[in-house]
Design a protein around this ligand. Sequence first.
Ligand SMILES: [Zn+2]
Length: 154
Amino acid sequence: MNHGSIEVLNRKQILLSSEIIHLLQLENNSYDKIKEISRQDFHEFCNEFGSKRKELMANIEDIFNLYGLGRLEIKEVDSKNKSAKLNLFNSSIAHVHLNKNKESGKAVCNLTCAVLSGIFSYLFDEDIDCREQRCYAKGDEFCQFVVKKRGVDR
Ligand SMILES: [Zn+2]
C-alpha cells in the first residue's frame, strides 16, 4: 500500500493525466520556477546515486523517459559551449494538444522545455535556457529542442 503517496527518491510525485498537465501548462507561465525545481531534482538524483554529472549525461535519455513526456534522443552535445540539440519523439503534450485542437502555429511543449532547461542547467553547471525549434503539434515529424547558455544568441 502506498497510503495515497507516491515517492521516488524521497520526492513526492503526483501522477496526473497528460490532459491535466497540458491544461496546467496552458494556464501557467512558470518556466523559471519549473526550471529551478527540475535542476534541484537532478541534483538530488545525482546525490542519491553518487553519480557525477558526466556519468549522468550518458543516462539522461533513460532517466528522462521515466517522466512520461516522450522519448528523448540526444542529437548533439557541445560540452565546451554548453549547448545541445535534443529530439523528442511521441511528445505526450503535443499529442494531447492535437487531440483537442487543430495543428498549432507554434511549438506547444512549454513544460518539457522548462524541465529540459533545468536538467541541462544542472548537467552543464550553468544557467541554461531551452527553445523548442520543431514541434509535433506544428506538423513536424518530432519535437526538437535546443539548450544553450542563457543570453546566448540562438
Ligand atoms: Zn513539441
